[in-house]
Design a protein around this ligand. Structure first.
Ligand code: MV4
Length: 452
């Protein structure tokens, strides 16, 4: 096992990793930007090193500064968390060349799965179902029209280097396809430095289902069931839950086996997530693979009893996963609400500033993953996630009740948060029945206010 690890991240995930390290007896080194000097990850770590100014490009994305900090502090490994450098194969290679273990997948894993088009064709070869669509990059209007004609409208244009919904365009006819092709290519180029796009049949009214897997360096892999991430707005997830009401044991076994088959075919190592779309007839299709720990990992931890961060660290240090698939007993129900510093009443506008007063919820079935405290200043430089409120109970109905109670105890002032949104969601008849698709939030917001 490592004796010292650097955490190349900030916020709640940096704290989460520090906590895992402490329990494993590993010393921790935090890195921070100039505005994060008073952050809890700096206080909780054994050592802390300033790596640059507030903009991410100067600090949390600054590879030379992070590697220098790792060399100075003499760490054996770096945990990248999520976002920032977590899925950057170049960074993982630099770590390797400096004899620092990158706690995550191999650079090769990240490179292959980072190209969504390559991921799609590799998973298809491995036998996973994929949505009908183009088998290569779309280079011309003619190619786009030909593909759309063969699969039929509606179609969706996606960026090869994209993921997470950025730069996607749904098209219903030849006219919108041609105009969207140009804008999608320009947007892909501007956002990812790569204009390549491909086309798929657009599947309506889907659920976003993802399977968590763990793989060690010796080819042994297990899956830890699914998360339902259908509650999202403009591709930002707002609530995740496990298990999904749409998945029975038989379907879970089938999707789980597919996720493992795909992961094995690319010799995957570490924690990873395979995203699927589930349509109204329970057909599922591979979408993409996320080669990192995800924001919503706690709901899987609650129902599986497996600590995913400790597992990542153990795997990176060369330990074997001692669990077999039969050992994994998913139990109970867990929900995570993302509490963002955003004004739900005002089109989810960012609401940074100083937290003057704070009361965090607690009690049975509540977990709060957060880095905020009274007096903490929420910076406009980084994402708006301020806390993850996670509930756990025997059944989904009970987990919802626990979440309602937790949300009503949660008090932050004067900044605005997504708590009022979640309180409304917890009373929505369709959410209570579990009848949600990826269009749910948009439709719910239309019911009152109508700002969408
Ligand atoms: C799709 C889709 C429907 N059909 N692909 C969004 C995130 C990325 N991982 C894949 N995504 C989707 N891909 C096909 N062929 C629906 C989504 C999707 C979505 C699309 C439009 C508006 C909201 C959405 C929310 C989740 C998923």
């Amino acid at each position: 096992m490592f004796s010292k690890v650097l955490i190349a991240n900030r916020g709640e995930i940096a704290l989460r990793i520090i906590r895992a390290c402490r329990e494993l007896g590993i010393r921790t080194v935090a890195v921070f930007s100039e505005v994060d000097r008073d952050s809890l990850h700096v206080r909780f770590a054994d050592e802390a090193i300033c790596i640059g100014q507030a903009p991410s490009s100067s600090s949390y994305l600054n590879i030379p500064a992070i590697i220098s900090a790792a060399e100075i502090a003499d760490v054996e490994a770096i945990h990248p968390g999520y976002g920032f450098l977590a899925e950057n194969p170049h960074f993982a290679e630099i770590c390797e060349s400096c004899k620092i273990t990158f706690i995550g997948p191999t650079p090769e894993n990240m490179r292959l799965m980072g190209d969504k088009m390559t991921a799609r064709s590799m998973m298809h070869k491995a036998g996973l179902p994929i949505v009908p669509g183009s088998t290569s990059i779309i280079r011309s209007k003619e190619e786009a029209l030909k593909t759309a004609k063969s699969i039929g409208y509606p179609v969706i244009i996606k960026a090869a280097a994209g993921g997470g919904g950025k730069g996607m365009r749904v098209c219903h006819n030849d006219l919108t396809l041609i105009s969207s092709l140009m804008t999608a290519q320009a947007e892909a180029d501007a956002n990812f430095g790569n204009p390549d796009v491909y086309i798929e049949k657009y599947i309506e009214k889907t659920r976003h289902i993802e399977i968590q897997i763990l793989a060690d360096k010796y080819g042994h892999m297990i899956h830890l069931g699914e998360r339902d991430c259908s509650i999202q707005r403009r591709h930002q997830k707002l609530l995740e839950e496990s298990p999904s009401v749409a998945i029975n044991n038989k379907l879970r076994r089938r999707i789980g086996e597919m996720a493992l088959r795909g992961s094995k075919s690319v010799n995957y190592v570490s924690a990873g997530t395979i995203e699927f779309l589930l349509d109204e007839n329970n057909n599922f299709y591979f979408m993409e693979m996320n080669t990192r720990i995800q924001v919503e990992h706690p709901v899987t931890e609650m129902v599986s009893g497996v600590d995913l961060i400790k597992s990542q660290i153990r795997i990176a240090s060369g330990e074997r996963i001692r669990l077999h698939q039969d050992d994994i007993q998913l139990r109970g129900s867990s929900i995570e609400c993302r509490i963002n510093a955003e004004d739900f009443q005002n089109n989810f506008m960012p609401s940074p500033g100083k937290i003057e007063s704070l009361i965090l919820p607690g009690g049975p079935g509540i977990r709060v993953d957060t880095h905020i405290y009274p007096g903490y200043e929420i910076s406009p430089y980084y994402d708006s996630l301020v806390a993850k409120l996670i509930s756990y109970a025997n059944t989904r109905d009970e987990a919802i009740k626990v979440m309602q109670r937790g949300l009503s105890e949660f008090h932050i002032a004067p900044i605005k948060t997504t708590i009022p949104f979640h309180l409304r969601l917890m009373e929505h008849p369709l959410f209570l029945k579990g009848e949600v698709s990826t269009h749910f939030v948009q439709e719910m917001l239309k019911e009152k206010g109508g700002e969408e």
